[in-house]
Design a protein around this ligand. Structure first.
Ligand SMILES: [Zn+2]
Length: 322
């Protein structure tokens, strides 16, 4: 059966039940007093009558807490809270975003879901926030290999490309780490590629005992042999060396593979991404990479993981002016 034909993709009551089953595995959690599994469903409650709905609209997923006597739904305290969009549309959007390898544009999603572009834009950024995984353990624990590389995206705000300029100084810069053992990636937007910028970020995200692999770039020289990390080696890309002869483990091909999807997505789908949002797009690509089929995670489970992220995150920035 197609995931898109599941009742929770179309029916609002089923959508609530689906989200509740994922976020409340141990029974409903009262967001007011925190008591678990001591609430009962309020069935048949309707909103106040209005011109548009003279009989009011049915309120789905409404619960009442036995302890504090307050009412709540599973939307409360999650990124779904401030939105008036039906929950089943959220679930459709999440499914399309987690299952499209290179992402899906807000324009396309707006046409598929039949909601305004502005709503879609806001929705997609909230879903990206669900995908952001802030609490990854340091990469390369137990001496594992961690590949590090950078890529250039779009245009750095306020910087014009100098004539005959080479490299990517006029573009936005993303640093990515890939842990070869856990097969996970973490991408971080950086302002520049100076050693003083990059090394503290690496130290924050990579265990000291890791084996760090980079290209020959100067900013990575002198970080091995216990100085910053226990071990460091590199390939010389400028000399067309992609794997060190005789040392098949010395390469950065995994992180380059990640970038090939990231760059195709950013170019083909998200062409005009502002720097203030780039970290969310990066999180979206990290999320799909970390929860990919090769890591044993299918589409439906990937959607459930994003939903669990929804329970703990709310966007703190104001509604965009579009
Ligand atoms: Zn309560």
């Amino acid at each position: 059966m197609s995931v898109l034909s599941a009742p929770y993709m179309h029916d609002e009551a089923a959508a609530f039940a689906h989200v509740e089953s994922i976020l409340w595995a141990d029974g409903p959690v009262c967001p007011h007093c925190g008591v678990i599994d001591s609430a009962y469903p309020l069935v048949g409650v309707r909103t106040k009558p209005s011109k548009k709905n003279p009989e009011g609209k049915e309120r789905h997923g409404l619960w009442k807490c036995r302890e504090c006597r307050k009412q709540f739904t599973v939307r409360k305290g999650t990124i779904f809270e401030e939105s008036h969009l039906p929950l089943h549309l959220w679930l459709q959007a999440i499914h399309l975003m987690v299952s499209s390898k290179k992402g899906i544009s807000s324009h396309q999603l707006h046409r598929v879901l039949g909601i305004t572009y502005k709503s879609t834009w806001f929705l997609t950024h909230r879903i990206r926030e669900c995908m952001r995984d802030g609490a990854l353990a340091p990469f390369g624990s137990n001496g594992g290999a961690v590949e590090v590389d950078e890529t250039f995206i779009g245009k750095e705000p306020g910087v014009t490309k100098a004539k005959n300029a080479r490299g990517g100084s006029h573009k936005m810069k993303v640093l990515t780490l890939v842990d070869r053992d856990t097969k996970r990636a973490k991408s971080i937007v950086v302002d520049d590629l100076k050693k003083s910028t990059l090394i503290p970020i690496l130290q924050e995200n990579i265990a000291k005992e890791a084996f760090v692999l980079t290209d020959e770039a100067r900013q990575y020289q002198g970080i091995g042999a216990g100085r910053v990390f226990d071990a460091h080696d590199w390939v010389n890309h400028s000399a067309d060396e992609y794997v060190r002869p005789g040392h098949p483990e010395v390469h950065t091909n995994t992180v380059e593979g990640f970038y090939s999807i990231f760059k195709r997505g950013m170019k083909g789908v998200y062409q005009h991404c502002g720097k203030q949002h780039l970290h969310r797009y990066a999180a979206e690509f990290d999320f799909r990479y970390n929860n990919r089929v090769a890591n044993g995670i299918e589409d439906a489970e990937r959607g459930a993981i994003a939903l669990r992220g929804a329970a703990s995150k709310r966007l703190t920035y104001a509604r965009p002016n579009l």
